[in-house]
Design a protein around this ligand. Sequence first.
Ligand SMILES: C[S@@+](CC[C@H](N)C(=O)[O-])C[C@H]1O[C@@H](n2cnc3c(N)ncnc32)[C@H](O)[C@@H]1O
Length: 208
Amino acid sequence: MSLRLPDSGADTDAEGRRHAPSAVRNAGPILALLQQVLPPEGRMLELASGTGQHARAFSDGLPGWHWQPSDLNPENLTSIRAWSAGQDRIAPPLVLDAGRPGWHRDMGRFDAALVVNLLHLISDTQAAAVLAGLAAVAPRLVIYGPFLREGQTTSPGDAAFHASLRAQDPAIGYKDLGWVADQLRSHGHDLQWHEMPANNLALVTFMI
Ligand SMILES: C[S@@+](CC[C@H](N)C(=O)[O-])C[C@H]1O[C@@H](n2cnc3c(N)ncnc32)[C@H](O)[C@@H]1O
């Protein structure tokens, strides 16, 4: 199902790179957090890479890291490849449905894994599979997006966005921070959360 999302229009440039305004806006704060919480080097798995802007910005800003981008939608791979051009620490992107239970079994191990703005767009069942898979592939996770806190949205804009997602598909919408933390703990990860711009949170996990 194709969702109607605010601010999701992405222009494509002559090199085939899609430019999503939201990815431009949040790249700086997320990169600053990654630089703070990650060790100097490692291998990163990114789920739901979208345009590939983040893969490029984050691998440029983390010179000791090798990046594995991925996305459910094969059409996104063209833009991810275009953004990766000239950066040899980004591996060719994979088609990966992270909402499919057991997806992690073929992936091997990474030093960290990242997902930005996915959990609110998928069902609880799919989100549980994302979190189980992430917890299995890496000891350190960074999970960014909007969340409910104690079951509530935290601003009128978030309430409207959550309601618009639910109206499009009653199975999707913001996930509760407590639910996400419980899922991760059941897979051996504890977390700290960081307040980010526009009421978003970045959840940073570490193995218990
Ligand atoms: C809102 S975009 C976010 C893209 C990128 N992370 C960013 O922040 O710019 C959501 C992305 O999730 C991808 N996606 C949706 N369902 C997915 C799934 N089950 N597994 C992996 N990716 C998925 C979509 O194809 C899309 O690229």
